[in-house]
Design a protein around this ligand. Structure first.
Ligand SMILES: *[C@@H]1O[C@H](CO)[C@@H](O)[C@H](O)[C@H]1NC(C)=O
Ligand SMILES: *[C@@H]1O[C@H](CO)[C@@H](O)[C@H](O)[C@H]1NC(C)=O
Ligand SMILES: *[C@@H]1O[C@H](CO)[C@@H](O)[C@H](O)[C@H]1NC(C)=O
Length: 269
């Protein structure tokens, strides 16, 4: 039985622990806190001050996950994928703005600039965004370096889900997998540079959904891929980590849905 004072200090501790995310230290603008700020595969990457002396960590945030082209203007939008249509993108103002040439619904490309400081800040050295709510600041930096290439792929032996007109079609358009090199994408037909934050039921060209009996993750970057038995991602089947990269993993159950997140210092959406 805990004493009243022990309960009181436990309650105080829990209150602080629960409040911690809301008290996320927003240290300042990108340009004032970060050096070597660059646009890499449409991620904003920089070496930013942690708040402890002059220590910096390298981190990044996926701009395609946050910015869209709205009629020729760069605009904040979750999963906006601005880079699909905009080109000649560059950072201005020390990395605090993104400038691109983007097509409006009709007519010539427009020269458009968005102020990244509106939704991206440095939190204890991490470039994070509040676009999807207050960001969760990692307690310690990742053990994985920020990759020079953030690409990752997944794939494997598959059939189309039960009830498809031609169940073998899915397996015929993606290669079977085998154990191989971590960075070999030949057997991973689905390639990404952004996190898969909402459950994805893989499909290719046609609306036939895949179900995998083997699953492979590939890429030099440290990503975690989770496979689920259902297309809503409620029943977890397997979690693949960088240690599993390059392996063709036999699944205990068919996988129909996937999510992924970076294990390096990368924003999770
Ligand atoms: C677009 O506008 C930016 C910011 O004003 C400027 O630096 C850039 O040179 C312009 N680009 C073009 C192609 O006009
Ligand atoms: C799927 O992958 C395994 C392991 O690489 C392989 O041995 C097997 O033959 C494949 N399954 C099918 C149906 O081809
Ligand atoms: C992957 O595909 C490329 C291009 O087709 C080929 O050159 C390479 O040898 C393949 N890698 C492996 C490990 O099979």
């Amino acid at each position: 039985m805990l004493s009243t004072s022990a309960l009181a200090s436990l309650a105080a501790f829990l209150a602080v622990a629960n409040a911690a995310p809301a008290l996320a230290p927003r240290d300042g603008t990108i340009a004032s806190q970060c050096t070597n700020v660059k646009l890499s595969q449409n991620w904003l990457v920089g070496d930013c001050l942690t708040g402890v002396g002059t220590t910096r960590i390298t981190s990044g945030t996926s701009l395609n996950s946050k910015i869209s082209n709205d009629d020729g203007a760069l605009t904040w939008a979750l999963d906006g994928w601005f880079s699909q249509l905009c080109d000649s993108c560059q950072l201005l103002d020390g990395g605090s703005s993104l400038n691109c040439q983007c097509p409006p619904s009709s007519g010539q490309n427009k020269n458009t600039t968005i102020d990244l400081d509106e939704h991206i800040s440095v939190y204890s050295g991490h470039l994070l965004s509040d676009l999807n709510g207050t960001p969760v600041v990692p307690v310690i930096p990742s053990i994985y370096d920020f990759p020079s290439d953030v690409s990752y792929g997944y794939g494997g032996n598959a059939t189309c889900v039960e009830g498809s007109a031609n169940p073998d079609w899915c397996g015929s358009v993606v290669p079977l997998c085998s154990d191989g090199d971590k960075t070999d994408f030949n057997e991973t037909a689905f390639t990404y540079t952004t996190p898969i934050t909402s459950c994805l039921a893989p499909s290719f060209y046609l609306p036939y959904e895949f179900q995998f009996d083997h699953l492979k993750l590939a890429g030099a970057a440290a990503w975690e891929l989770t496979g689920y038995a259902d297309a809503e991602c409620t029943e977890k089947v397997i979690v693949l980590t960088p240690d599993d990269s390059g392996k063709c993993n036999l699944l205990p159950e068919l996988v129909r849905g996937v999510t992924s997140r970076p294990l390096f210092n990368g924003d999770v959406f």
